[in-house]
Ligand binder design. Sequence first.
Ligand SMILES: NC(=O)c1ccc[n+]([C@@H]2O[C@H](COP(=O)([O-])OP(=O)(O)OC[C@H]3O[C@@H](n4cnc5c(N)ncnc54)[C@H](O)[C@@H]3O)[C@@H](O)[C@H]2O)c1
Length: 416
Amino acid sequence: MHPVRVGIIGMGGFAGSHHNTIARLEERGLLKLVCACDPNPVAFTSEQVSWRFAQRGVRVFDSYRTMLEECHGSLDYVAIPTPIGLHAEMHEAATAYGLPAYLEKPPTLDYAELERMIAADGRAAKSSMVGFNFIVEKSRLALKERLLSGEFGAIRGGTLCALWPRPSGYFKRNGWSGRLVVDGKVILDSCFGNTMGHFVHNMLFWTGTGGLYQWAEIAAVRAELYRAHGIEGADTFFVEADLATGCTLRFALSLSCAGASTSSETVICEKAILKYSVGGQIEVSWKDGRSERISSSPFDGLEENHLEYGRYLRGEIPRPATTLEDCRPIVILNDLAHISSGTICPIPADIVSTVRDEKEQKDYLSVTGMAKIVDNFLSRGIWPSYAGWRRNNGEVVTPSDLPRLPNVVGAMASVR
Ligand SMILES: NC(=O)c1ccc[n+]([C@@H]2O[C@H](COP(=O)([O-])OP(=O)(O)OC[C@H]3O[C@@H](n4cnc5c(N)ncnc54)[C@H](O)[C@@H]3O)[C@@H](O)[C@H]2O)c1
């Protein structure tokens, strides 16, 4: 069995994690890094030493286009863990040589660009995959199989609560974090579409009832978007989505919080409620009073995704965990959430305070009453606007409203 041959575009940020993972998998003879690039590879000299590029014979380039031109014939796939705004052009360049890509999530957050990427992907010998971390989890796949078998009855609805504290420095780590538009291009980087987009994608996976690798179809969306951090985009999302199947999902996500990171995916079925916390508890609470706890094994999402993609490229499994087509629901939901909200309102300043983490020497934000606001929304559908966070509700929008996206986002960006 020959190792699967990969090139990585990028060396810093999350590209560094791809390098670490692939170096480990290369030691096991499963993958082989052929080439890598960065616009300024000299800035990563010490990393290249620690990744043992010279000993491994890795070719280094300062342009991804030159790398692809010179190495495409000796690659099985290209990893693209680069800024969101560069994904489409890099994927376009790879697929022009017939090469598929491991694209970091989200592939794009512009529904029209996603369609162009799906069309470009048809030129590659195999489908590209998108690196949403958690679809390959064995415990998740097994529970979805049980859902599809009808064991829990029909799905009635679902909720996602995800609170990940982020200090203000988080948004300064690169030029696109928390931005709506960069160089005239729609980016929409946020906790909903990007940072915690994994969990949003997971919710749409649970509720995609047409088969194991099916995601839900979005019918209508209402949303209220807020910010407490000094960023262009939103850092706090309250979103309600009606699915084509008739059930409703509610999402409450924020980076404006302090304390521990939490996320909880809940699927409400006729006979049971399923609660899934990545890296934590998986619990099935039956309506008849029984409860069942499922343990999940320790899981390295990046490693498992590269391994799974290699299996697909070798022809051992029929499809990658998440294809570009599978990303339509999350991209459409994210776009409609922005259109529905229309504006991003500041969380009232009198309920926002700064919490200093002395150990980390970082400042987080805390919003008084956030837990109650989140609970009221997820359990009872009471919007934060009702509690006085803003004057108006988000409007009800459907996929037919998507063409409004550039104008809505342009207006949102111009008021900052
Ligand atoms: N799956 C996960 O858990 C996870 C975690 C973090 C980030 N991500 C995703 O990874 C991607 C990268 O995020 P990031 O925060 O590391 O971004 P980043 O802005 O830090 O960029 C990462 C690297 O991309 C490379 N790059 C930038 N411009 C380039 C160019 N013109 N040519 C070649 N290489 C170039 C550089 O090496 C840079 O260090 C995003 O899609 C992000 O959402 C995923």
